[in-house]
Structures are given as structure tokens and as C-alpha cells.
Design a protein around this ligand. Structure first.
Ligand code: LMR
Length: 314
């Protein structure tokens, strides 16, 4: 907690997602923010902090952002969101980032262990499921205090495309994407509804298949458009939803990469499933009843995650 009694939010990585996270955190009055990056990016984090603080009067929020290159400023954070690492460029897979981002994560996780071992830590860096696995191991965090942001983003993309296809309000779309944050993720069509009506009754199979494909390739579509990096608004909003649920004990049930210990037949890997996030971190892991086809799709997604994780040498 910050010295003024407000919650403290440590953001590791001052790039596009980090800046958006900082802005969202203060605009939602979640707490004071420390925006950390390495010394080479000092101007970036200090500039973003100053820029955001200067607009506080417009919205009238009292939370502040501090830009820093000193891990000591991150100490005592209630929640930490990691975005440090390289984004992919067109033609790359998330797995192509493994080697470079693992080096960065090793440093970040070691510093979290030293400076903020009690924080609830949310990872956004890719390849997401492998990075959260490494983070957990290196930082030695309790299993309920570490999670990966992905399912919230993937589910939000799925809902967006469904609402667009139907021309309806996104507020009435209930949907869920399970599995790893990769091209094999599993949008659960059978469990999705719009205003209580099953999705399968509203959208023809060929159109649904196209929506599933677009959801799975949602990150790559943006990489192709941006050309120099990957998505930042969606990842920031998704991680903030998780942080907010933790900081305000909202107990929201959100899809996130959590450490599974037998659920879904998976043991010892982080994988995207619905979890309850409250003051206790990942308080519950929920199991969704799946048919054989869905089980097979989830297994395919898990095998992709497992292959990447198993190649991680710590
Ligand atoms: C995303 O899904 O937008 C992120 O994982 C970034 C990426 O490389 O796709």
C-alpha cells in the first residue's frame, strides 16, 4: 500500500500497454501508480507519468503516477502488472518471443521476489502462458497470487465479433474463451448466449466458424495492422479488470491463466480457465462441463502451451 493509505499499483514496462494501464488505473481511482522501466527508458516513464498527472484536473481524480527506473519505488505494491518484453512483429508467432522475453522475465521476476513478494502479479508478456509459468517459478510467488491476462482479452474479442455480426449490444453477449493464449484457444460456442438465446441459434455455422478463426487470430490481426508492435488498448483494459477485481475484492469470475492442479486433467501448468479474483488473489478455479469435441480442442490448446513451457529452461 502507498504511504498515503491508497493502494499501490506497480506497472513493469513503460511501453504502449504500460502507459494505457497507468491512465486507466488512475482514471478508475484504483490507487497510486508506479510506472517502472529500465534506465534507457527513463524519459519515457517519467514523461508518461508527468503527462498523465497533468490531466488529472480535467477528470478530477486524485491518484498519481510516478515514473521510475528504480525497483525500490515498486516495493510495497499491492498489485503488479508486467508488460515488459518485446512485442511481436508481422510474421512472428508469440513463441518467437520466448527467448528474449524469458531473459527479461527472469530479471523482472527476481526483482519482484526481492522488492514486492506480497503483490498479486498479473503477467501480460508473451508467450503468455509460458511467461507466467516462469514468473511463478522464479519469483516464488504463492500460486493464488500470480495469473496471466489472456482469457479476458480473448473473450472480449470474441464478444466484439459476435456483437458486430448481430448488430446487437455487446452487453447482452455472454461468452467464454478457454485455453492457452495462442491460435488453438477455445471459444466456447455451445456455452455462449445473446440475451439468453444460444449463439448457435442466432448465427449460421459458417459465420460462427469465421468468428472463431478471427478471435483466435485476433492478436495477429492487430500486429498486421500496427506493423511495429501488438495490441495495447485491449490488453491494458483486460489486465485492469483483473487488477480492479483484486484491489476492490469484487470477486469477478474472469477467464485467466491460473496454475492448474488437476482441474481439466492438467497439472502444474498455467492455462486459461474461469477464475474468481478477489482480495485473496485467485480465490477459486471453476470447471466448465465440456463435451468430447470441446475436450479435444482444449487438449490441443494445452499441448501447444505444454510444448512451449517444457522448452523453458530455468
Ligand atoms: C494479443 O493477443 O494482442 C497479444 O498477445 C499480442 C500479440 O502478439 O498478439
Amino acid at each position: 500500500m502507498a504511504q498515503n493509505g491508497k493502494k499501490k499499483i506497480g506497472l513493469i514496462g513503460g511501453g504502449q500497454i504500460g502507459g494505457n494501464l497507468a491512465l486507466l488505473a488512475v482514471q478508475k481511482s484504483l490507487g497510486d501508480v508506479v510506472l517502472y522501466d529500465i534506465p534507457a527508458a527513463e524519459g519515457l516513464v517519467k514523461g508518461k507519468a508527468l503527462d498523465i498527472n497533468q490531466l488529472a484536473a480535467v477528470d478530477g481524480y486524485d491518484c498519481r503516477v510516478k515514473g521510475t527506473t528504480d525497483w525500490k519505488d515498486v516495493a510495497g505494491s499491492d498489485v503488479i502488472i508486467i508488460t515488459a518484453g518485446m512485442p511481436r512483429k508481422p510474421g512472428m508467432s508469440r513463441e518467437d518471443l520466448l527467448e528474449i522475453n524469458l531473459k527479461i522475465m527472469t530479471d523482472v521476476a527476481g526483482n519482484i521476489k526481492q522488492h514486492a513478494p506480497n503483490a498479486f502479479v498479473i503477467n501480460v508478456a508473451n508467450p503468455l502462458d509460458a511467461m507466467v509459468f516462469a514468473l511463478h517459478k522464479i519469483a516464488g510467488l504463492p500460486k493464488h497470487m500470480v495469473a496471466g491476462m489472456a482469457g479476458v482479452l480473448d473473450t472480449s474479442r470474441f464478444k466484439c465479433f459476435v456483437a458486430e455480426a448481430l448488430g446487437c449490444s455487446i452487453r447482452d453477449v455472454e461468452a467464454l474463451v478457454l485455453g492457452g493464449h495462442g491460435d488453438d484457444m477455445v471459444p466456447l460456442v455451445r456455452h455462449s448466449t445473446v440475451g439468453g438465446v444460444p449463439l448457435t441459434e442466432l448465427i449460421a455455422k459458417d459465420k460462427l466458424d469465421a468468428i472463431i478463426k478471427r478471435t483466435r487470430e485476433g492478436g495477429a490481426e492487430l500486429v498486421g495492422l500496427y506493423k511495429t508492435g501488438s495490441a495495447y488498448f485491449g490488453p491494458a483494459a483486460s489486465a485492469i479488470a483483473m487488477a480492479e477485481s483484486f484491489l476492490q475484492d469484487r470477486k469477478r469470475v474472469l477467464p485467466a491463466a491460473a496454475l492448474l492442479e488437476g482441474q481439466y486433467g492438467i497439472n502444474g501448468y498455467f492455462f486459461g480457465v474461469p477464475v474468481q479474483i478477489g482480495a485473496g488473489g485467485v480465490e477459486k478455479i471453476h470447471t466448465v462441463e465440456l463435451n468430447d469435441g470441446e475436450k479435444a480442442e482444449l487438449e490441443k490448446s494445452f499441448q501447444s502451451v505444454k510444448k512451449t513451457v517444457d522448452s523453458v529452461k530455468l
